[in-house]
Write a protein that binds this ligand. Structure first.
Ligand SMILES: *Cc1c(COP(=O)(O)O)cnc(C)c1O
Length: 373
């Protein structure tokens, strides 16, 4: 957590505080509800994926919440992220799956962190006592061992008595569109990979292929465990409805001014007032994660009504066209939230920016005060 966030958290809390600075409210209750949903629909274990600081929500808080609501394991990309969880006294099983060949494998063993192994080079570099999940590329063309290298990797792992192979993992590339052929072929490659591992004499008790989308839409992909990231935070890549949103971003109006028709706003004057109107200023910009590409498209909620952001979103601030209805300095603007009071959602921000919710969430900056509830 950053020093700024610590300052924010050390001040007395209450509604007054919420109003006086840009604040990202993280609803851990919603995270819990989402975890319970996944625990209900999967026969196997739920691994809570808390990479990228739990998609900007705060890894430690999300990890504890997920473990309390039905997740039995945690997943992250780098070993550093896994070690940070241990530093916060979280001792649940953790898997780290994306590391350089010369990572600190000794620390992984000492801290009881399981690691994914995508290559013979990684396998050879492991410290004695390592607990590993062999990682097979099931069609991403990106990470994991290529199928051609898989039998050799399994055989090499079987020749290392000081290393325990506890799992086999894969990842699907087209799970958000379950009718696509990529998904079925990914499932086939994975099934083949598990059979090859067994034939090599390995006993991978954890077999996991599905992330959020496949877990929701493709029961054939479930195996013994699902790795859930986006879904913890209310993102359903296949469409809205089943999960609970987790974030609300609010910011106070720092300034209100009336301008005449023809007034240009922000860098480059990409918006010029077409009539006399009132403008409001909020202290959140692209450094805080508002995508600049949403300039002149995005909306916020002020006094219960949607208002457009106008002009370019700049690094530290954005401007709202408040029209002719009243608003005053200090009014709290809702940038996004669950949508239940009419405010925009993260999904709408993503569509205004031409991206996905994941990118908006993980882009939220350290300057925002985080408030957990
Ligand atoms: C990020 C990630 C996940 C989680 O995916 P979601 O779609 O966010 O649930 C699972 N597995 C791997 C390998 C990942 O990198």
């Amino acid at each position: 957590m950053t020093a700024l966030a610590d300052v924010a958290r050390s001040t007395p809390s209450g509604e007054g505080e919420r109003g006086n600075r840009p604040t990202l409210a993280v609803d851990l209750g919603a995270v819990g509800a989402n975890v319970r949903h996944f625990a209900r629909i999967t026969p196997g274990e739920v691994m809570a994926v808390v990479k990228a600081d739990a998609f900007g929500h705060g890894a430690a808080g999300v990890a504890r919440t997920a473990l309390a609501h039905g997740a039995s394991r945690l997943g992250v990309t780098s070993l550093d992220e896994a070690l940070a969880l241990r530093f916060r006294h979280i001792d649940a099983p953790v898997l780290s799956w994306l590391n350089p060949v010369d990572a600190n494998w000794g620390a992984a063993v000492r801290e009881g962190i399981e690691v994914a192994v995508p290559s013979a080079e990684h396998l050879a570099a492991l410290a004695p006592g390592a607990r590993v999940h062999l990682h097979l590329d099931c069609g991403t063309g990106r990470d994991g061992a290529e199928p051609a290298a898989w039998p050799g990797l399994c055989a090499a792992a079987a020749r290392r008595p000081d290393v325990s192979v506890v799992g086999v993992m894969g990842h699907l590339s087209c799970a958000d569109a379950p009718s696509e052929r990529g998904d079925a072929s990914g499932r086939e490659i994975f099934g083949w990979g598990v059979r090859v591992a067994r034939a090599a004499g390995l006993d991978p008790v954890h077999q996991h292929l599905a992330a959020t989308a496949a877990t929701l839409n493709d029961p054939l992909s479930h195996h013994t465990m699902s790795r859930i990231g986006a879904g913890l935070f209310g993102i359903d890549p296949s469409g809205p409805g089943r999960l609970t949103p987790t974030l609300t971003l609010t910011a106070p109006l720092l300034g209100v001014r009336t301008v005449s028709a023809g007034t240009g706003v922000g860098y480059g004057h990409t918006w010029v007032a077409p009539r006399t109107t009132t403008l409001g200023l909020v202290g959140v910009g692209y450094a805080d994660g508002l995508p600049r590409s949403a300039s002149n498209r995005a909306q916020v909620l002020v006094r219960g009504r949607r208002r457009p952001l106008v002009g370019r979103i700049s690094m530290d601030m954005s401007v709202i066209d408040l029209g002719t209805e009243g608003a005053q300095m200090g009014d709290v603007v809702t940038v996004f939230g669950p949508g239940t009071a009419g405010e925009p959602t993260v999904a709408e921000w993503a569509s205004w920016a031409g991206t996905i919710e994941h990118e908006v969430m993980t882009g939220l900056g350290p300057r925002l005060a985080r408030r957990m509830s």
